[in-house]
Design a protein. Structure first.
Length: 207
């Protein structure tokens, strides 16, 4: 119904592009020549978000009584958290997918060499919609759960509380690449242009 398909292992761009042709007037985002360039810019853009979150977390924890016991229960909690982390990373991409037009074909891939999933959809969408799609997973899986944690941090077991908040850190940090997309969209894309994916890159085209 949502036209979202999990495709499995990603190996090359031909899997994404197929027989699609790049529109002649499409302009590729200036994204950097290497994946490291995106990571570095993402870290810079995300620092004003993640650093305050870490500081607030430390201050909040200082007001909580309790201690962590290194026992079987703690091990189970950590093991469950690792599993939840993988599920949330997949859910991150699914949130991207459901915010694209319902009739559009959306595929989710596992980029094994990068240890991550990614969403692919070549439907042309508005600049604002692309920004919303990019930010949604970080807000839904990172920021909102962190704010909730601030209210419940001292009402749940300390080990669970710390694991919970650490997962919100991961989900926020995991969206650093999305922040790069938002930055590039705001900086490079004209107001009424359309944004779309073609292979592993983002493009914009005027109406």
């Amino acid at each position: 119904m949502l036209n979202i398909t999990y495709m499995g292992k990603f190996e090359n761009e031909k899997q994404l592009i197929g027989n699609d042709k790049l529109p002649q007037k499409a302009i590729q985002f200036k994204e950097g020549k290497k994946i490291e360039d995106i990571y570095n810019l993402g870290f810079i853009l995300g620092s004003p978000i993640i650093i305050p979150i870490i500081i607030i977390t430390i201050l909040r924890i200082q007001g909580i009584d309790g201690h962590i016991n290194l026992n079987l229960k703690t091990g189970i909690i950590i093991a469950v958290a690792i599993l939840v982390n993988y599920i949330l990373k997949f859910l991150h991409e699914y949130i991207h997918a459901i915010l694209y037009p319902i009739k559009s074909e959306k595929t989710i891939w596992k980029y094994t060499s990068k240890g991550a999933y990614f969403i692919y959809c070549n439907t042309k969408i508005s600049k604002i919609r692309f920004i919303v799609i990019s930010l949604a997973p970080m807000i839904i899986l990172g920021i909102i759960p962190f704010v909730v944690w601030l209210f419940i941090a001292d009402k749940i077991e300390l080990t669970i509380s710390l694991v919970y908040v650490f997962l919100t850190w991961i989900m926020t940090f995991f969206a650093m690449g999305d922040l790069v997309n938002v930055y590039n969209t705001i900086k490079q894309v004209p107001k009424n242009a359309k944004v779309f994916n073609y292979g592993l890159h983002s493009y914009w085209i005027s109406k």
